[in-house]
Write a protein that binds this ligand. Structure first.
Ligand code: ZN
Length: 239
């Protein structure tokens, strides 16, 4: 098994604003506290989300970007890159692979966190089609695109972004995780970040309880002590 490294810079890629905070908000807080620089790449503007019918749909992208920035601030994230794709319509295209490769080459992370490109049949919500497309496109950006100077040649020719190899990849919502991060100490901060996604979580009066029971099951799955909470990953050596 590949040991989980303590990254200098971690890039987390998510399909929607809030995906990264739901998937690894506790882990992000722990890593930032230990000196890791964390950067987000959010692919769509979440413009199919939001539950308030009185809010004009054209305002949703701005609202959700601002919510994502606020959540990232709460967790100590350094930067958020928005790719501006349409929510609910994500597919694996050369354009998306190039756009993620651009962020990888700009940020030169030693860890990239992606959503699972494989459907977890037991987790319907976590296996949203956009998440699977985001995971597959990010995996293709990690290998082979970012490390191949001849892939997406405009990144070198026009943007002066040389090839970059991502040494380690962590996958969220993978059916068979192999690493568990104890988030007992950072759980409350994660909930605060999720609350910053007001348009998504305002109506969830039991958000903390639901997240706590789910994270407790994850902790138990990873043989952590009773009463602890955790986030789980599949850690891949991608050197
Ligand atoms: Zn999502």
């Amino acid at each position: 098994m590949t040991p989980m490294i303590q990254p200098n810079r971690l890039l987390a890629v998510g399909a929607h604003p809030d995906d990264i905070d739901f998937g690894l908000g506790g882990t992000v807080t722990s890593l930032v506290n230990q000196g890791t620089e964390v950067v987000y790449c959010v692919i769509t503007d979440g413009d199919a989300g939001g539950f308030d019918p009185t809010v004009p749909r054209s305002e949703i992208p701005n609202i959700r970007r601002n919510e994502q920035r606020a959540a990232a601030d709460i967790l100590g994230v350094s930067r958020v890159h928005f790719l501006g794709y349409r929510d609910g319509q994500l597919t694996v295209t050369q354009e998306l692979r190039r756009d993620i490769s651009r962020i990888i080459r700009k940020e030169t992370p030693d860890v990239v966190v992606i959503q699972s490109p494989i459907r977890n049949i037991d987790q319907m919500y976590a296996s949203h089609p956009d998440h699977i497309a985001a995971g597959e496109a990010a995996m293709a950006a990690i290998y082979p695109d970012s490390r191949n100077p001849f892939a997406h040649p405009s990144l070198v020719a026009d943007e002066d972004l040389p090839a970059w190899t991502v040494p380690q990849t962590w996958v969220t919502n993978y059916p068979e995780p192999n690493y568990w991060v104890d988030i007992t100490e950072t759980f409350d901060r994660k909930i605060a970040a999720l609350r910053a996604h007001v348009s998504q979580t305002e109506h969830m009066t039991d958000l903390a309880e639901r997240m706590r029971s789910r994270a407790a099951l994850t902790a138990a799955d990873g043989d952590l002590p009773s009463g602890h909470t955790a986030e789980a990953f599949r850690v891949l050596d991608t050197r």
